[in-house]
Write a protein that binds this ligand. Structure first.
Ligand SMILES: Cc1cc2nc3c(=O)[nH]c(=O)nc-3n(C[C@H](O)[C@H](O)[C@H](O)COP(=O)(O)OP(=O)(O)OC[C@H]3O[C@@H](n4cnc5c(N)ncnc54)[C@H](O)[C@@H]3O)c2cc1C
Length: 358
């Protein structure tokens, strides 16, 4: 998304940008997403949720997202809802196909099937596909984001952010087709007894509302897999628009393992979460959506060396830019939108100041 945003903004400012897109379609993971572009209400709340993230980058998202959303709408991207459905956040939900079309139209020259060789603005979506492969996890994102932007910038002297081993993801019942990435997420770990392969509770306390902490803990288990054991009573509870029973049914449909808890190869520990039998056990596997660590950037989207100095003429946005959500979870679409615009604005103003702008 960030690449299309940057190109659309640069074009608006008078440039003739070229977008190199490795995939056979535009839109990256944004096209596959739920399309909710959101922010925390305040910087303080953002920091509390992502305590190791850079406050300057977080503050920029809080300050600039609302204007950026208006801009996106002005390009013709229709809003599906002006609510996020989550009282902790504010934002808008878009139709991702329409956003892709609107941005691609505004970006102008988008070359599909064309990996970049050199670039001013890096927006390759981080390295989630490579991380999933290297750690033996499922992928829940576009398959082209393998870290090409990072590798290119590092060759030019870039530094890296904290949190290079962190990712945003979901626990899935099995490998699922792209169109089920959203629907098949088993987002009810907080209501289950969560066990590792040996029947031990491996996650201390309750997961956060987004359960990204639980997913990353699952990823650290052998095989990146765990069991969610459910009391009969929770099956009727809702996770967003569906019941847990429906999510479990979808797990079965996509070939996931759902068994009576007494069939597990270990005794299920006693728990206050398991009161009313029969108890059901659902196998879940951690799936990577995007990496959280990335290039070291500043609030102007300039890529920086490890010593903090900027690399002239090199910018990054979206998941290529690290250090925003470290230690927690936030809106990757918001980061792509806000920093995609900023990257174009900084690149244009710096180019004008050295006289290289068209
Ligand atoms: C199922 C799902 C649901 C999600 N729901 C939400 C949500 O509701 N809200 C939210 O905020 N976020 C959500 N996300 C996350 C969001 O989609 C990402 O954070 C966002 O798309 C990141 O933007 P990006 O521009 O960095 O990466 P992308 O949108 O993935 O774009 C990166 C692009 O770079 C291309 N590329 C990679 N390598 C190269 C190369 N070498 N040369 C040229 N091009 C290359 C890729 O093909 C891709 O098109 C969701 C993601 C998924 C998969």
């Amino acid at each position: 998304m960030a690449g299309l945003v940057a190109a659309a903004r640069a074009r608006e400012l008078g440039a003739e940008p070229l977008v190199y897109e490795q995939g056979d379609r535009a839109g990256g993971s944004m096209l596959l997403s739920s399309g909710v572009i959101w922010r925390h209400h305040t910087l303080e709340e953002f920091q509390a949720e992502c305590p190791a993230g850079d406050p300057a980058l977080q503050g920029t998202i809080v300050e600039r997202l609302d204007d950026a959303l208006d801009w996106l709408e002005s390009l013709g991207a229709p809003v599906v809802s002006r609510e996020t459905g989550n009282s902790r956040t504010v934002g808008r939900r878009f139709d991702t196909r329409a956003v892709t079309e609107a941005l691609a139209r505004a970006a102008g020259d988008v070359r599909l099937g064309s990996p970049f060789e050199a670039a001013t603005i890096l927006a390759t979506g981080g390295f989630g596909a490579r991380m999933a492969e290297e750690r033996g996890l499922l992928l829940r994102a576009n398959r082209w984001s393998r870290g090409a932007g990072l590798a290119y910038a590092v060759r030019r002297g870039a530094g890296l952010s904290d949190g290079m081993d962190e990712f945003y993801g979901r626990n899935l019942p099995a490998a699922v087709p792209e169109e089920l990435y959203v629907a098949a997420a088993q987002l009810y770990g907080a209501r289950a007894l969560v066990l590792d392969n040996g029947g031990r509770e491996f996650f201390p306390g309750q997961p956060a509302w987004h359960e990204n902490d639980l997913v990353q803990a699952t990823a650290r288990l052998p095989g990146g897999a765990a069991w969610y054991v459910l009391d009969r009573r929770v099956l009727g509870e809702r996770v967003r628009e569906r019941t847990i029973a429906e999510l479990v049914q979808l797990a079965r449909t996509v070939g996931g393992i759902v068994v009576p808890a007494e069939d597990l190869p270990f005794p299920v520990p006693r728990s206050r979460k398991l009161v009313e039998p029969p108890f059901l056990a659902v196998r879940v596997r951690a799936a990577v959506t995007h990496t959280i660590g990335g290039l070291r950037v500043d609030a102007h989207a300039r890529v920086r060396r490890s010593d903090g100095t900027p690399i002239a003429g090199l910018f990054a946005a979206g998941a290529d830019a690290g250090g925003i959500f470290t230690g927690g979870y936030g809106s990757g679409l918001a980061a792509a939108l806000v920093f995609g615009r900023i990257a174009a604005e900084t690149a244009m103003s710096e180019a004008w100041s050295v006289g290289t702008c068209p």
